[in-house]
Design a protein around this ligand. Structure first.
Ligand code: AVJ
Length: 326
């Protein structure tokens, strides 16, 4: 039995007041398009977040396990490159396992700054982290980093900055959005600072499709939970059983797409608005772009970032990149 550490204290909290999540608008707009679609950020209600954690434990979803293995293997190298007293900045405070590995590897990190759009999630995650790392300065910034965010005027301690963006979250963005996000992160770097970012690699369609359609049906439940959330929060009348989960590798666009496909002709309402779908018609719910190393290097370059080093697992499934201002 492990006892959770008591929550620690934040050295600062700054609310940049990101606009409230537009769940209703996004759903009504998305369902009105010829190819229906809903942005993947809406997966993550409490149930969706728990299901995502369960996905990372499945055999088929190699992504998280592979990245953690690379982090373990390169811990000393990262510590060497970051030096003593680094300031770690994490957009989208996510997995405590990954950030704990990084902070434990580093030589006396000076501070950790978490950024997240969800204030409650952010404060809990940052206070918990402060409780686990005694003596580490911990700051929290409530912001939507998918929109330009300047870190000016925030009480960020001096020291070499290391931005940590693991998980291949960058893959959720279409090329233009990925470039814009990298430009935002670049704006936080000064000469000598670095961005440590994880990106999943292109591999066989079979491995990729299995990773997004695991044999235990956890990813299917994660995808279908979006419909349950719509029914609950937006007064929807969707028969969830009339939909099935689909994961397809789109080689032309180098991405795994997740869809919810209607098993029969169906009609439902959301917030009083009527929608109809034909049997086989889909709602597109997620893109997970996959990158070759040259492709990712070119994407980074387009945002003014240079790959200084990269590390992959033995199978070449996943790569962590150390980027600096070009
Ligand atoms: C959290 C966005 C990195 O795209 O691999 C996992 C989300 N979706 N299984 C990914 C996800 C279905 C995941 N990211």
């Amino acid at each position: 039995m492990t006892t959770p550490s008591p929550a620690g204290t934040l050295s600062f909290f700054k609310d940049l007041h990101p606009p409230r999540s537009r769940f209703r608008e996004d759903v009504l707009d998305g369902l009105s398009k010829p190819q229906k679609s809903i942005p993947p950020k809406h997966f993550y209600d409490a149930r969706g977040s728990a299901l995502f954690d369960d996905i990372t434990d499945t055999e088929d979803y190699y992504v998280t396990r592979t990245e953690l293995g690379i982090l373990d293997a390169i811990a000393d190298e990262i510590a060497e490159k970051a030096g003593s007293g680094a300031v770690v900045i994490e957009p989208g405070s996510g997995s405590s396992v990954k950030i704990d590995k990084l902070l434990s590897a580093l030589d006396h990190p000076a501070a950790y700054i978490g950024l997240d759009i969800s204030k409650d999630h952010l404060i809990t995650a940052c206070e918990d982290l402060a409780g686990r790392f005694d003596g580490l300065e911990v700051g929290a910034v409530c912001a939507d980093f998918t929109q330009p965010v300047a870190l000016d005027d925030l009480p960020i301690p001096d020291g070499k900055r290391l931005i940590f963006f693991p998980g291949s979250t960058i893959g959720n963005f279409e090329p233009g959005g990925a470039k814009a996000l990298l430009e935002t992160l670049r704006g936080w770097l000064r000469p000598g600072d670095a961005l440590l970012i994880g990106a999943d690699r292109v591999k066989s369609a079979e491995i990729l499709e299995n990773a997004y359609d695991d044999t235990h049906g956890v990813t299917a439940a994660f995808n279908l939970n979006l419909l349950t959330r719509i029914n609950r929060e937006l007064d929807g009348t969707i028969d969830v059983g009339a939909f099935e989960h689909q994961a397809v590798w789109n080689a032309d666009l180098s991405r795994v797409e997740m869809h919810l496909a209607a098993r029969r002709d169906i009609e439902f309402t959301v917030s009083g608005q009527v929608f109809r779908m034909k049997e086989g018609e889909t709602i597109h719910t997620e893109n997970s772009h996959k990158f070759t190393i040259p492709r990712f290097t070119a994407l980074a370059a387009s945002a003014g970032l240079a790959v200084k080093q990269d590390w992959s697992d033995a199978r070449g499934y996943f790569t962590l990149y150390w980027l600096e201002r070009a």
